[in-house]
Every structure is written in structure tokens, then in C-alpha cells.
Design a protein around this ligand. Structure first.
Ligand code: CMC
Length: 376
């Protein structure tokens, strides 16, 4: 009989000093600071510094970190050329994974796991990820690529490169907050993937590409696109109750609900709900927000007893839509931010490394006679 813990639920596979989650109470902290505090007062750059150094930076340290990150915004010419060859119909997550992987071929010393080198390479991947998405989006729309602007924050530079115009301060802040909220979250599937790859002493490009692949699945980061597809399919507030009832009756998973760790409201969803409400009012997308709220009520009535609540992906869908993002850029948004968490975890893994290599229970037959090919 199998003794495997399906989905590794409840298995502690690493120590981390980055994020703390109390799934019963709905608490998330980065290095001990409640996520709500960071969403209110911090910036994405400062949050990355916090996660990678396990403390907040001084003003000079923050300025120097920002300078270092911003000096890495531009893509090397060969990567831009590779992106030009991507089919216009490709999905942005595939484009991001392929371009990050390709970056490894143009690094003269790609395999170094020296902590300072690894950190420098990780910062370069993080800083360039917005340019990859923006370059691919420009390419598929037949537009010229907008050059990165090192005077801008990570969030503002992404919006600038994507849209070719300066974001309003409100838009920049909303994106920045989304980046903060998605940066790290314990040993989720993509972070685990990154740590497994790092544990073999493979390179940072492989770890990040592997993690992007894990993130894009609909049960993980791909759920935010699933939420938007669901909202479009339902179409109106009046149809919500019947749709949810029917979906639950047919044992369908409702995207943006449920979590392996949270049995309470995901604290990131609490913050995103407020953001989504405000942005939907500002941009005339109240209908989407109202539908989301109705889905939440219907779900809470039906399944809250099972500990199923909205997760981070639920209200991020309305938020991203209100900010004018195309549907297939929702999951890349998640990836842009989570690269910081993956890299921080890889650095933690390397600092006290042991190959991650669990066991599998063999549940097949034994002592089977080999049948020659001609006799089969
Ligand atoms: N809709 C309806 N029922 C659900 C849902 C949902 N979204 N999530 C869990 N359940 C039910 C499930 O049917 C099962 O019921 P029963 O015990 O009667 O069979 C029970 O809750 C336990 O579900 P599970 O699938 O065994 O739980 P899990 O810990 O393996 O899955 C999950 C966690 C996130 C994969 C799952 O909740 C899900 O598929 N949610 C929808 C996709 C989603 O929103 N993913 C984003 C997760 S948060 C951010 C991220 O990681 O990217």
C-alpha cells in the first residue's frame, strides 16, 4: 500500500526566513512584517531587498539597490533577436520561459553558484523580465519595442515599455502593490520547483525557467486568467448564482478559490479586493467587480464550511483587467514578481544545500518475465 503523501501536503521540505504563513488565521508576513503593512507602505524594490537580505534597507542601500536593478532593465541584443523569432500567436508565459532560458546561453559564466554571482544574475533576470514581456507583446502586435527607462521604478518601467506611455501615479502604485503581494509565498509549487533545481547545483536560468513552467498551470498562477475567463463566461451578475451552483454540482473547481495552506481568507485577496473595487470604479468596470463579489458570496454560502475562500488570484483578475492588461498577461504579471521569491529561495537553498530527492513507493508488479519482442 502506498505511504506517499499525495501532493506532499503537510510535508516540511525546507527552512525559510522569507515568508511566514498561518493558514488557519489567514496571516502572511515577509520577514516578520505583515503583508498589509508592506502593501500600504513599501515598494516592490524595497520588498525584494527585504526578502533577499532579511531586513529593510537604509535609504542609501535602497538607492543603490534600485540603481543596480535599473541598470539591468535593457535586454541584450541577441535576446531581442530571439524574441523577434517567436510566433506572434505564442503565449506570453511560453515566451517568458524561453527567453529566460535563452539568457543562460549568452552569459559567459552561466553555471556559477557563488552566492554573489548567483544574486547578480537573479537580479538581472528579474530586472529584464518586464522587457521580455513588453518586447514579445510589441512583436506580436507589430509595434516597435519601447526602450526601458532607468529613471522609472520596476512597476512604472513595465507599464511604460508595455504601453509606450507613462503610467499615472495611481496605476504605477496599483501595479507596485500587486508586485509586493505576489513576491513570495512559502514552498508553493513553482518555488519548490526552483529549489529542487537549485539543489542539484544547476544554474539560475534553469531554476527560473523551470519555476515559470510550474507557475503557468491553471491550479497555480494560471488561475488568475481562469478567473477572467469565468467572469466572461458568466456574463452578468444575475447569472452568477445559477452558474456557481451548476459548477459545484458538476464538481468543477472554481478558479480563484481554495488553497492548499489557507483555510481562512487569503490576506492578499483582502487587499486585492479593496484595490479591485477602487480601480473598477475609476475605470468603469464595476460590473466585473460586482460579479466577483457575487461569486464570492455564492461560494462562501456553499463551501466556506470546507475552508474554501478567495485566494490571491481571484481579485487580481479584476484588478489587472481594470488596469488595461490583456488576459494572457495576467499570469506573466504574477511571474514578474515571483521571480524575486524564487531567487531568494534558491539563494537560501544554496546557503545550506542538500540535494532534494524524495522517495516514491513502487506500487507495480515484481518478478515479471521478459517477453521477447517477436513474441509480443
Ligand atoms: N472550487 C470548488 N471546490 C474546491 C475548490 C475550488 N476552487 N478548491 C478546493 N475545492 C474542494 C475540492 O473539490 C475538494 O472537495 P472534496 O473534499 O469534497 O473532494 C476539497 O475542496 C479539497 O480540494 P483539493 O483539490 O484536494 O485541495 P488542494 O489543496 O489539493 O488544492 C488548489 C488546492 C488551489 C489546487 C484548489 O483549491 C484549486 O484547484 N483551486 C482552483 C485553482 C486556483 O485558484 N489556484 C490558485 C491557488 S492560490 C495562488 C497560486 O498558488 O497560484
Amino acid at each position: 500500500m502506498s505511504t506517499a503523501s499525495k501532493g506532499l501536503e503537510g510535508i516540511v521540505a525546507a527552512d525559510t526566513q522569507m515568508s511566514f504563513i498561518d493558514g488557519e488565521k489567514g496571516v502572511l508576513e515577509y520577514v516578520g512584517i505583515p503583508i498589509d503593512e508592506l502593501a500600504r507602505h513599501s515598494t516592490f524594490e524595497e520588498t525584494v531587498f527585504l526578502l533577499w537580505n532579511r531586513r529593510l534597507p537604509s535609504r542609501t542601500e535602497l538607492e543603490s539597490f534600485q540603481r543596480e536593478m535599473r541598470s539591468e532593465y535593457d535586454l541584450p541584443a541577441p535576446i531581442e533577436k530571439i524574441i523577434e523569432t517567436f510566433p506572434a500567436g505564442a503565449q506570453p508565459m511560453h515566451a517568458l520561459r524561453t527567453a529566460v532560458s535563452a539568457m543562460g546561453m549568452f552569459d559567459p559564466d552561466p553555471n556559477s553558484v557563488d552566492p554573489a554571482q548567483y544574486r547578480r544574475k537573479a537580479l538581472s533576470i528579474l530586472a529584464k523580465a518586464p522587457a521580455i514581456i513588453a518586447a514579445f507583446d510589441a512583436r506580436r502586435n507589430g509595434r516597435l519595442v519601447t526602450r526601458a527607462d532607468p529613471s522609472l521604478s520596476f512597476a512604472a518601467n513595465f507599464l511604460w515599455m508595455l504601453n509606450g506611455k507613462r503610467p499615472t501615479p495611481a496605476m504605477e502604485r496599483a501595479f507596485d502593490v500587486c508586485m509586493i503581494l505576489h513576491a513570495d509565498h512559502g514552498l508553493n509549487a513553482s518555488t519548490f520547483t526552483a529549489r529542487v533545481i537549485a539543489s542539484t547545483l544547476s544554474d539560475v536560468y534553469s531554476a527560473m525557467a523551470g519555476a515559470i513552467g510550474a507557475l503557468r498551470g491553471p491550479l497555480h498562477g494560471g488561475a488568475n486568467e481562469g478567473v477572467m475567463t469565468m467572469l466572461n463566461e458568466i456574463g452578468s451578475v444575475e447569472k452568477v448564482d445559477a452558474w456557481v451552483e451548476d459548477a459545484l454540482r458538476n464538481k468543477k473547481k472554481i478558479m480563484g478559490f481554495g488553497h492548499r495552506v489557507y483555510r481562512a481568507y487569503d490576506p492578499r485577496a483582502t487587499y486585492l479586493k479593496t484595490l479591485a473595487e477602487q480601480l473598477s470604479k475609476d475605470t468603469g468596470n464595476e460590473r466585473l467587480f460586482e460579479m466577483s463579489r457575487r461569486i464570492e458570496t455564492a461560494m462562501l454560502n456553499a463551501v466556506a464550511a470546507k475552508g474554501i475562500y478567495p485566494n490571491v488570484d481571484f481579485y487580481s483578475a479584476t484588478t489587472y483587467h481594470s488596469l488595461g492588461l490583456k488576459l494572457d498577461l495576467f499570469t506573466p504579471m504574477f511571474a514578474l514578481s515571483r521571480i524575486s521569491g524564487w531567487a531568494g529561495h534558491c539563494l537560501e537553498q544554496l546557503a545550506a544545500n542538500r540535494l532534494i530527492r524524495p522517495d516514491a513507493d513502487y506500487v507495480g508488479p515484481h518478478d515479471v518475465a521478459y517477453t521477447p519482442l517477436a513474441a509480443r
